[in-house]
Design a protein around this ligand. Structure first.
Ligand code: FRU
Length: 480
């Protein structure tokens, strides 16, 4: 208890003393960011007692992945967020090196958090415990300690429990690594949320896949959507292929069918959820209206992580905007939740017809929503440049979409690519130093951070054939 009080006090003091170095031109206005320090995975997404709750992996003391607790925001409408004291801080032996990622569910009017207690051992190894904490008000949590210990057959890279209810039973998936170093997801079941039975691996090499597919699968999520069963997972160790797996780590999904009795999950191939530079560890929840909402970490723990310019102002990373997900033509689509429209301020609409030229459209602000609807395009290339450093290029002949940004040190151009049949529309959210692009009604998404000294607030569209499109631009309110 003493350690917990001390830690909470240290975090409180840290926030109080923290003075952002002004001006902080990169601070995001309508995304969740840490008050100070480093934010990574979204945790425990849930609608509980009339409010949306978003917890997250938080290091309030540094912009590196050292200390980890659960930061906490709540909201009535997914737009305005209230900050709460950290929900879980690593005060006990079974979590001494971090309260790692996990999930939340409501049962018996209480909020149950499941998370991984991370313990580093003196010999450089680690231990892992899947732990439970319970709350009656959604703000203060009582720790119940470990409910699952590491089973045989897996290394201590065993974490990130996601719990759900199905046919009056509780289920949990855990991201894992087998002792032969294959990524996998392990299923448990329970009747009372405290005692858990090992059901066995749900997916991975030799289970649902013929071959090795990454050395570790982090942050799993499993749910039904439009009569299919979907496993979201963040595999580590996939080799880059043309148009695929270009980031250090990936996040994506398998669509299939889960047979609880035969314990089988038969699924299609892995598809990435996002093709941008900064997207990882997505989690979903079903809200009170029946929507399935996804939020991901808008970040990547790669070699550029410590070059984020925001580190000079004492913070790094953010979460994506909430996205509603649905299945269309056998793929998972994402679109910004309806509530995002509440952020709209001034509007500017234009219908544009151009041929072999570029047109400059001034943006109203550095916080923008932009919608481009293409009515006619027969050229080879359609290019949208936003600010100085971001460009989306559609190559019509090859069916390739390329997102280009300047590296954080401004020295190189970096690209991410995917295949696409045609380009119909673009829906973009630009929040100072972040850009989310939803393409063809959410079929493809690119999420990226970028940094530039002086933004021009400008969108430049370049085409090489007769093109007709409409463009709508709203300046957006800041929620903070
Ligand atoms: C994913 C992850 C999780 C872990 C957490 C620690 O980004 O590595 O597997 O629980 O971050 O912060």
């Amino acid at each position: 208890m003493e350690k917990e009080i001390q830690l909470r006090n240290d975090i409180f003091q840290r926030i109080k003393q923290f003075q952002p170095k002004s001006p902080d031109n990169y601070r995001l206005a309508f995304h969740l960011t840490p008050p100070v320090g480093l934010m990574n995975d979204p945790n425990g997404l849930v609608y509980y007692k009339g409010k949306y709750h978003v917890f997250y992996q938080w290091n309030p003391f540094d912009t590196k992945h050292t200390f980890k607790c659960w930061g906490h925001y709540s909201s009535n409408d997914l737009i305005e967020w209230e900050e709460h004291p950290p929900a879980l801080v690593p005060s006990e032996w079974y979590e001494k090196d971090g309260c790692y990622s996990g999930s939340a569910i409501e049962y018996d009017h209480k909020l149950f958090l499941f998370y991984t207690g991370n313990v580093k051992t003196e010999d450089g190894g680690r231990e892992t415990y899947q732990c439970l904490a319970i709350s009656e008000d959604g703000i203060h949590f009582e720790k119940k300690g470990p409910v699952i210990h590491l089973p045989d057959g897996y290394t201590p890279h065993f974490r990130d429990p996601k719990v759900w209810q199905h046919d009056n039973k509780w289920f949990m998936v855990i991201g894992a690594q087998t002792t032969s170093h294959d990524g996998t997801v392990v299923l448990f079941s329970s009747d009372d949320l405290e005692h858990w039975q090992l059901e066995g691996p749900l997916a991975g090499k030799g289970i649902s896949l013929p071959n090795h597919f990454g050395y570790m699968w982090e942050c799993p999520d499993f749910f039904s959507l439009n009569n299919t069963d979907i496993l979201l997972v963040s595999p580590q160790g996939l080799k880059t292929e043309p148009f695929k797996y270009e980031n250090l780590f990936q996040s994506g999904y398998f669509i299939g069918e889960w047979n609880m009795k035969s314990k089988s999950f038969v699924h299609d191939e892995f598809n990435e959820l996002d093709h941008g530079f900064d997207f990882y560890a997505p989690q979903t929840f079903e809200d009170q209206t029946g929507r399935r909402i996804l939020i991901a970490w808008m970040g990547m723990g790669d070699e550029q992580e410590q070059s984020h310019h925001s580190i000079k102002s004492g913070w790094v990373h953010a979460l994506t905007i909430p996205r509603e997900i649905f299945i269309q033509d056998g793929s998972l689509y994402q679109k910004p939740v309806e509530e995002m429209k509440q952020l709209r301020n001034k509007e500017n609409s234009e219908n544009i017809t151009i041929a072999n030229e570029h047109t400059k459209i001034p943006l109203i602000s550095d916080l923008n929503e932009i919608m481009i609807e293409i009515e006619q395009f027969a050229g080879k290339q359609f290019e949208v440049q936003l600010q100085n450093n971001c460009k989306l290029i559609f190559n019509n002949e090859k069916g390739i979409l390329t997102f280009e940004r300047k590296s954080f040190d401004q020295l190189n151009l970096e690209t991410r690519q995917c295949k696409i049949d045609n380009l119909q529309n673009l829906h973009m959210y630009l929040d100072r130093s972040s850009l989310e692009i939803f393409i063809n009604d959410g079929q493809i998404v690119f999420t990226s951070r970028f940094y530039e000294e002086a933004v021009k607030n400008e969108c430049v569209i370049t085409v090489d054939g007769k093109t007709k499109f409409s463009l709508k631009n709203w300046s957006l309110h800041s929620y903070q």
